[in-house]
Design a protein around this ligand. Sequence first.
Ligand SMILES: CCCCCCCCCCCCCCCCCCCCCCC/C=C/C(=O)SCCNC(=O)CCNC(=O)[C@H](O)C(C)(C)COP(=O)(O)OP(=O)(O)OC[C@H]1O[C@@H](n2cnc3c(N)ncnc32)[C@H](O)[C@@H]1OP(=O)(O)O
Ligand SMILES: Cc1cc2nc3c(=O)[nH]c(=O)nc-3n(C[C@H](O)[C@H](O)[C@H](O)COP(=O)(O)OP(=O)(O)OC[C@H]3O[C@@H](n4cnc5c(N)ncnc54)[C@H](O)[C@@H]3O)c2cc1C
Length: 670
Amino acid sequence: MTSKNKINEDLANERRKCNFNIEEVTYILDGGKEKTLQRKKIEDVALNGGASVDDIPEEYLSARERYENAIRKSCIYTNIVKNEVLEITGIENYGSPVLRRTGDAFFKDISPFMLHLGMFVPSIIGQCTAEQQATWLPRALDMKIIGAYAQTELGHGTFIRGLETTATYDPETEEFVLHSPTITSYKWWAGGLGRTANHCTVVAQLYTQGKCHGTHLFIVQIRDLETHMPLPGVKVGEIGPRMGFNTADNGFLGFNNYRIPRMNMMMKNAQVLKDGTYVKAARHGKLTYGTMVFVRVTLVGEASFNLAKAVTIAVRYSAVRRQSELRPGSIEPQILDYPTQQHKLFICIATAHAFQLTASWLWNTFTAVQAEMKKGNVDTLPELHALSSCLKALSTSDATAYIEQCRFACGGHGYMLSSNLPFLYAFVVATRTYEGDYTVLLLQTARFLVKAWEQAESGKVVTPTVAYLNRHFTTNGKMIWDNSPEGIIRVFQSVAAGKISLCVRSIRNRITSGMDHEDAWLMTTVQLVNAAEAHCRSVILHTYWNEIVRLTKHSSDNVKTVLNQLVMLYLTYWALERTGDLLRYSTISENDIDLLQRQYEELLVKIRPNAVGLVDAFDIRDEILQSTLGSYDGRVYERLMEEVQKNPLNKEPVDPSFHKYLKPLMKSKI
Ligand SMILES: CCCCCCCCCCCCCCCCCCCCCCC/C=C/C(=O)SCCNC(=O)CCNC(=O)[C@H](O)C(C)(C)COP(=O)(O)OP(=O)(O)OC[C@H]1O[C@@H](n2cnc3c(N)ncnc32)[C@H](O)[C@@H]1OP(=O)(O)O
Ligand SMILES: Cc1cc2nc3c(=O)[nH]c(=O)nc-3n(C[C@H](O)[C@H](O)[C@H](O)COP(=O)(O)OP(=O)(O)OC[C@H]3O[C@@H](n4cnc5c(N)ncnc54)[C@H](O)[C@@H]3O)c2cc1C
């Protein structure tokens, strides 16, 4: 709770109705009581200065004012983090998602420092040797240098091998010469690059001794540290207004034979020696893509957090908002009482839980794979790549759709920027594209699935996340429908196995009828995306259920009950969404589907009294929510009115345009 105002009576009633211990659920979502306490401590220190409050809301500012304001607040926040938060929590908390999320109290949109922290620093950690890290990391962590991640070009984002920027080694001077040979080779999109960064990670085609060795990463200084002027040979600027990310100064960058020292190549996975000899660390061809894998992993948690924000706003608002009448003359119901509203919102609560628990599980998988790679074992990397790709794709896509659903659930007021829902949508919809487009990433997962299918077909035991493929070859016919959580999960795995099997059959049939492998694959990609989506859905369902069982073992009865209701709602919702698939791949009958529908509607009724408690359990402070509709105290109408007072258009009773344009128009003769 963050508000000291009187609580709206409807919300107060909702909280009285809640029958479970809210803190217990918060601890589960945060990963334990210690983590919750640590988070609260960080939030207390970082937010108690009230630095986040803008006199004029940022949406009223011009592009230049907005950017300057974002820089001002980024510096305030950075100083708080450096001087106060990390003092208490220790430097190891530097990259903590808690810091990133607390930062949302300062920005409705995004900090221009985000890419420095989210990708430049991780690229130094993941792609540099220990010696290089010693040179760059302390300066970057201390914000002595500010970086961006410049990979995408005007002509290519998805197809990294097609990037055109070149880095040609010159052994005479022991330097790389960076060059942008075409208009399409200009770097485009990098966050923080346009106005803020003085350094960046540049991804370029490495040439040495006359041979191209593919894309590699380089640390490049682009601006003078004193004057901030672009250095000679560097052309840099901002790309222009966007749907969101408007305070992130996404930029363009071109080089004209611009020289950097040899040691500015990030050399953890490959090196160029002084004489120009190329030495490859022969472990895995795609280790230079590591920063993207890291960010994809973190984005699953981001999807959960942003959805949790949206549904907190929408559920609280739905408890306060009253509309229509159920019977003539009766009191108007809270809109949260409409089953259709519950149908829109409770799946969002469940999805935020599913993604949060999946994100933690994925993070553990990521760190385990990292540990193996440190020992030289890269065997688990393909599975991590397949998992992080599809989980990034689905979590960002679902979060986008559900945030929009939360906005719809708030009617007209949800369309106001002050609700924060449009900002959340514009921010999250970009995650479906950046760091790997939705379709492209699912096709990466599909490659892995087809290979796993072939292994299972030849009798090999496959890795745990696709172990259901082994079962597919030992069972005959359709999966027996079973309404238990485990039963539903098994059926979803059978759907995935069935779809992968169809893809393999299609590819083989096409090859048999004369197509080459590439065309056969291409013609099957619609099915492959579908199969990868089904696989990923089964992974999420399985992980969510397993984690709830594990994490609620010692919970109080009511917490166990409500979290079980949510996970059952999630399983049932997806079963109903996919009845076509279930009819095709399992023995489910029409009667079973009717039962599922009834079970779903009963779950809505059961969850209803705890809905506000459930969003309170996300424990997102008002400063972070930044919403007129979603604050803890439910003073929705008062806040909407207060916001009107901040509108510069209301400063004067008569707008100057009246005298300039309207009046002459009104006076003019036809
Ligand atoms: C003191 C100061 C304190 C300040 C206080 C502030 C505190 C806050 C601190 C908090 C910080 C926390 C940070 C959290 C951050 C969270 C939010 C971050 C927000 C970030 C915003 C990001 C903005 C966006 C950035 C970008 O978009 S960057 C650009 C991203 N680009 C892409 O993703 C491109 C997508 N394309 C690809 O990945 C590839 O091209 C491709 C995979 C599609 C194809 O590649 P390629 O053609 O080379 O490969 P093939 O298809 O031929 O496949 C060959 C085989 O290689 C395998 N493969 C492919 N990729 C990988 C991989 N990555 N890993 C492993 N293997 C891989 C394929 O599977 C193939 O294998 P096979 O042959 O066996 O099948
Ligand atoms: C807000 C935002 C911030 C960004 N920040 C950064 C940054 O900091 N640094 C950076 O380097 N980049 C950044 N990017 C760029 C981002 O990574 C790319 O836009 C993204 O990877 C998609 O690539 P693209 O734009 O080339 O899309 P395209 O690849 O051109 O995609 C267009 C369409 O073609 C389809 N398509 C493409 N290839 C295939 C294929 N092989 N099979 C089937 N369909 C295909 C896609 O599915 C999509 O529908 C950012 C982008 C945005 C929107």
